[in-house]
Write a protein that binds this ligand. Structure first.
Ligand SMILES: Cc1ncc(COP(=O)(O)O)c(C=O)c1O
Length: 381
């Protein structure tokens, strides 16, 4: 009986940099500045440099990293934010938390990312609902940056700001630029299983905008002015713990190497599986951070069951598009509907993906997927 593979193996990474992490944590325990200690500033400086932007403002999690810019811009009742339906719920949740209305738009089947056509149709739906469209929030799903070259002209035409949800793509890039610098404002998550993950929650916002960076720092600290007891706006408590910053500094040092390893594994998977299922497509000029490696396959649940019996864990991101979720059904959707989001929710299956997946284990996944798909009737375009 062969052992069960992990879906993500954080322990393998720990074996690589464990002593450095332990030393970094010990330094924080010794200086005791657990909130906004020196490691937070150091991490922000390193992340800003890594992404090639002026400012990185860290916060408590990736959800807040989306909420904070919306609050800073004063997005609220009567405003609409255009969000893909095929995403993690947090992308839409923050819009509602800000008091605005999410308008769900569709994605492309080959990239899983927001299309410019559906964005324009979403703007129409917003106006028909009596709302003012203010922000487009493309999501870099599974690690691949969204198609900003097409989304930006539509956003400009309709006066929309772009807030990039890069929770899954930190470490990826487009052309010669890294995620964080692809649009005016980018948010990411340091959830432990993300390409750059902490040992708990964390998030960050990237921008060249000095005023926005100042506002974000104020909002993450209860809307502080000159100090914590001088409150100039409504804020919240959303700081990144110093301990998490210390962990992230060490992990950032190996991120490029880890993303390269993910990319090699993804390439190997794709080469070996392209004839039995639809494999992920990375657009020319894009570099994915490969938060997930996701195939499209008919009889997805049957395939997952066979793989599970073979000791290969899989995950379904996402089984229900957000516009079909109970809490979100009443919000408007782009005119023409969201057929691709609906179809993807039925077909997606994510395979084990992490930088330390050994070639023998990659082969095990590949052989098991080929067998499972063969048993369940191969999917054909
Ligand atoms: C696309 C997307 N947006 C937002 C989030 C929210 O991040 P967090 O869990 O750090 O709040 C996540 C991850 O969980 C995500 O995958």
């Amino acid at each position: 009986m062969t052992s069960r593979l992990p879906f993500v193996d954080l322990q393998a990474q720990r074996r690589r940099i464990g002593p450095r992490l332990d030393a970094a944590l010990a330094r924080v325990l010794a200086h005791g500045q657990f909130i906004l200690g020196p490691e937070v500033k150091e991490l922000e400086t390193r992340l800003a440099r890594f992404s090639g932007v002026k400012h990185c403002v860290t916060c408590a999690n990736g959800t807040d990293a989306l909420l904070l810019p919306l609050m800073a811009w004063g997005i609220g009742p009567g405003d609409a934010v255009l969000v893909p339906s095929f995403t993690f719920v947090a992308s839409a949740e923050v819009v509602v938390l800000a008091g605005a209305t999410p308008i769900f738009v569709d994605v492309a089947r080959d990239s899983f990312n927001m299309t410019a056509e559906s964005l324009a149709l979403g703007v129409l739906a917003a106006r028909e609902s009596g709302l003012t469209p203010k922000v487009a929030m493309p999501v870099d799903l599974f690690g691949q940056p969204a198609d900003f070259a097409r989304l930006e002209p539509v956003s400009r035409k309709h006066g929309l700001r772009i807030l990039s949800d890069a929770a899954q793509s930190y470490g990826g890039g487009q052309g010669n630029r890294r995620v964080g610098s692809l649009v005016a404002v980018t948010s990411t998550s340091f959830f432990p299983s993300k390409p750059l993950g902490a040992y708990g929650d964390g998030g960050a916002i990237f921008t060249d905008d000095d005023d926005l960076a100042e506002a974000l720092k104020s909002i993450r600290m209860h809307g502080q002015g000159i100090d914590k007891y001088h409150n100039v706006r409504i804020g919240l408590n959303s700081r990144l713990d110093t301990l998490q910053a210390a962990v992230l500094i060490e992990k950032l040092a190996i991120l490029e190497d880890e993303v390269a390893a993910r990319d090699r594994i993804a390439g190997r998977y794709s080469q070996a599986l392209a004839d039995v299922c639809e494999v992920p497509q990375v657009a020319a000029g894009n570099a994915s951070a490969w938060a997930q490696y996701t195939i499209l396959v008919e009889n997805r649940d049957g395939v997952a069951k066979v793989l599970d019996a073979d000791g290969i864990p899989t995950a379904i991101y996402y089984p229900i598009p957000v516009h079909r979720q109970e809490g979100y059904r009443h919000f408007p959707i782009a005119k023409g509907g969201l057929p691709v989001s609906e179809e993807l929710a039925r077909l997606v299956l994510s395979l084990p993906m992490h930088p330390y997946l050994e070639p023998a284990d990659q082969d095990r996944v590949i052989q098991a997927v080929r067998r499972a798909v063969g048993q369940q009737h191969p999917y054909r375009r």
